[in-house]
Structure formats: structure tokens, C-alpha cells
Design a protein around this ligand. Structure first.
Ligand SMILES: [Zn+2]
Length: 120
């Protein structure tokens, strides 16, 4: 399940505090609960594919690209001086002419979202 408002999610994610716990694990604050955190794990697979899990209700209901996952991926990109943009279709991503990743969302390739990475 893809978010429909991915640009809104990306701007929300910029306000979230991310703490890296180990190489693949992040604690990201919850927007809906000021006393809550979510745990995000990230794994990089073949062919620029990214697999991410989160403890939030959206992710538990098979949603892809929640604001917490976006925040964790932005954090990782930031370490390399890069910024990310998120796209609902491969065509939109390809139009950017930047390095492209696929954030897997299920068994078939229509269920995930596309990420482009640029410097600065
Ligand atoms: Zn989440």
C-alpha cells in the first residue's frame, strides 16, 4: 500500500528526530504521539532495492514509506551529503535523472515507491 501524499510525508519527516541505534536500526519520534517512538530497520538489497520495516500502524498494515522510514533514509543519505526525493511511479523517478532506488512495498513492483538521490 502506497501513501497518496508522499510529498507531505516527506516534509513531515524533516521534523522528526532520528537516532541511529546500530548500523541498520533507527529510533524515530512519533508525530501522532509526543511520548512515542518508532523503530525503523533498513536493509539494502540487490539492484538498488531498499527494504524497510517500521513499528507504526501504517507499516504494520502493509503500508510503505511512512514518515519514519523516510526520516531514517534521509538521515542515511545526509551522512553522504545527499538528499532524497520520493516518487510513486518509476516514470516520475526516471524523469529526475538522478541515482534511483526502489523502496520495496510487497511482492510486486507496483507496491513500492521510488527514491531519487542527489547531492546537496
Ligand atoms: Zn512508520
Amino acid at each position: 500500500m502506497k501513501p497518496t501524499n508522499i510529498k507531505d510525508l516527506q516534509s513531515q519527516s524533516r521534523n522528526l528526530t532520528v537516532r541511529r541505534v546500530d548500523r541498520d536500526t533507527f529510533v524515530v519520534e512519533s508525530l501522532s504521539n509526543p511520548r512515542g517512538n518508532h523503530i525503523v530497520t533498513v536493509r539494502f538489497g540487490d539492484a538498488n532495492t531498499v527494504y524497510a520495516r517500521c513499528t507504526c500502524p501504517w507499516a504494520k498494515n502493509h503500508g510503505v514509506a511512512c514518515s519514519h522510514v523516510i526520516a531514517a533514509l534521509e538521515y542515511l543519505a545526509g551522512l553522504k551529503g545527499r538528499r532524497l526525493s520520493f516518487w510513486l511511479t518509476q516514470e516520475d523517478a526516471n524523469r529526475q535523472k538522478h541515482r534511483t532506488f526502489y523502496l520495496a512495498g510487497g511482492r510486486n513492483r507496483q507496491e513500492g515507491v521510488w527514491i531519487t538521490s542527489r547531492t546537496g
